[in-house]
Write a protein that binds this ligand. Structure first.
Ligand code: HEM
Length: 753
């Protein structure tokens, strides 16, 4: 007989998969190793064999653009377009998609269409971008998997600019969508959800949490790696800091946030003044009357948020940000009216129907702008506090004045800045797809590496070169250290850094403290390179970048052999050397590590900035940026410690008497109960491993070493490598992880990655 009871075994179910409280509620500071296993193949409905580059290349880009352009001027009843043109709202969608990028860790950006997922999809600043994406769904649906959301969002922005008379600089496809929320990105310290009040003075507490120091102090600054002044915003509050209407305060916030996304003064002005040549702001209803954002809206909203109860809830009643009005008399035409009017008139503070603070021309005879929906109705022009900032701030003002006098220079600057904004996180130019890509060497932000105009080394050369390297007096340890140091700057977020280009030998990297150990090694390898290249009669060359990696591979083969394993460490030639001129020193300084446990490195300034973040958390962050899995991270750590990869020749974590031999000693010591562990400083940054019997110190370690035995998930992996059958598995795993790191930036041989 059926009892009607639930199969869970009770009438009242309190929770199921994912119901809070979650682990992080109980143990907020536990190391979240699972962050390494995000957005894995399990989440991807396209399967691992899907080749996006191949699929994208089947598209007739010109035809696709034509379809987008036709759609942009075809209004749909459920969300009628302003001025009969969806262009402006699509530009904003594309800008917000790219605008989350931050240079400090390379995360955010347009690359994976993360605007579709929480929390980004529900940020106040992304209000009604849910409508923009849904409007282009028919095009996405038609092209299916051959056109990623990420590419479509940027391309639609470009098409929008073009139909309004703006010459875009280029477009490259090649962005691959994420399939789940991005949990690894730190978006700020706030825990309360700032759903509606991001722009209101009530939210100042939230803003204060991410700003360090006191407002007014010279060192008042936004915490890193953040690039938005306030949670739930893309950049800054348009009403000024704390919605206080202060243009100079706004200018400071704009400079901080746009610098964090690697834009200089000229690019910043070009982007803001360029963007606000188009469209309007929407503020017809107080924020308090607007519904919940997509992530927590009712089921029947079907992924839409911000329900607007007024009238149709759209068109002339639209409420997005809260400010109301347009910047120019012709908001669907590329022209210089934004700057002209900004400078021609004095502006005074007023309030929008939603109650937001904005600016209106004092002169009542100033040009008016047509209503976006009501025929014949004319409205006053509008500026935001963040727009007035461009006029008030002396540096921004200079740029504005230049653009005011030279519309072509403005057009050029915006065109290039838009290309940079939307392609910034795509990484090496090998990833760019389609007929409109632009790869000129003057686009320094692309970290250019000139193409090879010579023949690559072959298998026989590789064997000979390995022998010459091993015949020098450079130690196994130094060779491994140098190769690793050249590759480990890569970050999977914006795909910058890595061994390709040979930038280890260039500024700023060659001067970093962590790279001092590599300097003599690079010099010796350079000599070998010159010898080899000098001996060639044909057009064959070896690059320094390749030789640095080859040195590490050769050394590891010896280290494995000395441990009793004959192993071929894979090596794929083809890295090219770049030049100092093609290296933006300031932008590369952002790749300098903060905490690198592999090489026992902690930035000397770390303590000052690390009130909330332990070194092992920064190390996990680095592992995540290297796209390592936990078994790979653990294996790499053990192998590099066996090689003594400490930058400073300290003994921390070198749990072996056989340095340079690829043993699993790191793990056997780490898991052994023959030792007891004691902290040797008050904060618990360094430790002593004492023999339990004699009480004598055997080894020393840092947090980044011991975490592999202290953290339960890392320990589970360390135990595998420490097992009696672990040595062989460890060598295999290490070599595989090593090769993965050496190949991280080789988009030239893995185009679709
Ligand atoms: C609209 C703020 C930079 C392009 C808006 C709106 C706000 C805003 C509040 C109105 C949203 C609405 O209610 O519909 C800001 C701030 C910026 C900034 C504070 C930086 C300081 C940019 C940039 C671009 C851009 C860099 C593009 C390059 C646009 C466009 C619209 C818009 C095209 C019109 C959208 C429409 O018509 O629906 N901006 N913006 N903005 N913004 Fe910006």
């Amino acid at each position: 007989e059926m009892t009607g009871k639930c199969p869970f075994g009770g009438d009242s179910i309190g929770g199921a998969v994912g119901t809070p409280p979650a682990l992080s509620d109980w143990y907020p500071n536990r190391l979240k190793v699972e962050q390494l296993h995000q957005n894995g193949p399990q989440a991807n409905p396209l399967g691992e064999d899907f080749n996006y580059a191949e699929a994208f290349n089947t598209i007739d880009l010109e035809a696709l653009k034509q379809e987008i352009k036709t759609f942009l001027t075809t209004s749909v009843a459920w969300w009628p377009s302003d001025y009969n043109n969806y262009g402006p709202q699509m530009i904003r969608m594309a800008w917000h998609s790219a605008g989350t990028y931050r240079i400090a860790d390379g995360r955010g950006g347009a690359g994976e269409a993360l605007q579709r997922f929480a929390p980004v999809d529900s940020w106040w600043d992304n209000g009604n971008t849910d409508k923009s994406r849904r409007l282009i769904w028919p095009i996405k649906q038609k092209y299916g998997s051959a056109l990623s959301w990420a590419d479509l969002i940027v391309l639609t922005g470009n098409c929008a600019l073009e139909i309004m008379g703006f010459p875009t600089y280029g477009f490259a496809g090649g962005r691959q969508d994420a399939w789940e929320v991005d949990n690894s990105t730190y978006w700020g310290p706030e825990v309360e959800r700032d759903l509606k009040n991001a722009d209101s003075p009530d939210s100042m507490v939230s803003r204060d949490k991410r700003w360090r120091g006191q407002n007014g102090d010279p060192d008042y600054d936004l915490e890193n790696p953040l690039a938005a002044s306030h949670q739930a915003l893309i950049y800054v509050n348009p009403e000024g800091p704390y919605a206080n209407g202060d243009p100079m305060g706004s200018a400071r916030d704009i400079r901080v946030t746009f610098t964090r996304m690697a834009m200089n003064n000229e690019e910043t002005v070009a982007l803001i003044a360029g963007g606000h040549a188009f469209g309007k702001s929407h503020g017809m209803v107080p924020a308090s009357e607007i519904g919940m954002p997509p992530e927590i809206a009712p089921m029947e909203a079907m992924g839409f948020g911000w329900h607007n109860p007024k009238g149709s809830g759209n068109a002339e009643n639209t409420m997005t940000n809260g400010i109301e009005g347009s910047w120019t008399p012709n908001p669907t035409q590329w022209d210089n009216d934004y700057l002209v009017n900004l400078f021609k008139f004095d502006w005074e503070q007023t309030k929008s129907p939603a109650g937001a603070l904005q600016w209106t021309p004092v002169d009542k005879n100033a040009p008016k702008t047509p209503d976006a929906h009501i025929p014949g109705k004319m409205n006053a022009l509008m500026m935001m506090t963040s727009d007035i900032a461009l006029k008030e701030d002396p540096e921004y003002r200079k740029v504005c004045e230049k653009f005011l006098g030279d519309f072509d220079a403005f057009t050029q600057a915006f065109s290039k800045a838009w290309y940079k904004l939307t392609h910034r996180d795509m990484g090496p130019r090998e990833r760019y797809l389609g007929p409109e890509k632009r790869n000129e060497n003057d686009l320094l932000w692309q970290d250019p590496i000139p193409l090879a105009d010579y023949e690559l080394i072959d298998a026989a050369d590789i064997t000979a070169l390995k022998e010459s390297i091993m015949a020098t007096d450079i130690s196994v340890s130094d060779l491994v250290y140098t190769a690793f140091s050249s590759a480990v700057t890569h970050r999977s977020s914006d795909k910058r850094g890595g061994a390709n280009g040979g930038r280890l030998a260039l500024l700023p990297q060659k001067d970093w403290a962590i790279n001092q150990r590599t300097v003599p090694v690079v010099a010796a390898l350079r000599k070998l390179m010159e010898e080899f290249n000098g001996e060639q009669t044909g057009n064959k060359k070896v690059s320094l970048a390749d030789l640095i990696v080859l040195g590490g591979c050769a050394a590891l083969e010896k280290a494995a052999a000395d441990a009793g394993f004959t192993t071929a460490v894979p090596f794929t030639p083809g890295r090219r050397d770049t030049t100092q001129e093609l290296t933006d020193i300031e932008m590369f300084t952002w790749l300098k590590p903060v905490a690198d446990g592999f090489r026992n490195y902690l930035d000397p300034e770390f303590e000052a900035i690390s009130q909330d973040v332990a070194p092992e958390v920064m190390f996990l962050d680095k592992a995540q940026l290297l796209s390592l899995t936990s078994p790979e991270w653990v294996a790499l750590m053990g192998g590099l410690k066996a090689m003594n990869a400490n930058h400073d020749n300290s003994a921390h974590g070198i749990f072996t008497d056989r340095v340079g031999v690829l043993t699993n000693d790191f793990f056997t010591v780490l898991t052994s109960m023959d030792f007891e562990w004691q902290k040797t400083d008050e904060q618990g940054m360094t430790f002593s491993l004492n023999d339990r019997k004699t009480g004598k110190q055997r080894f020393t370690a840092t947090r980044s070493d011991l975490v592999f035995g202290a953290n339960s998930q890392l320990r589970a992996v360390a135990e595998v490598y420490a097992g009696s059958d672990g040595q062989k598995r460890f060598v295999k795993a290490f070599v595989k992880a090593w090769d993965k790191v050496m190949m991280l930036d080789r988009y030239d041989v893995k185009v679709s990655a």
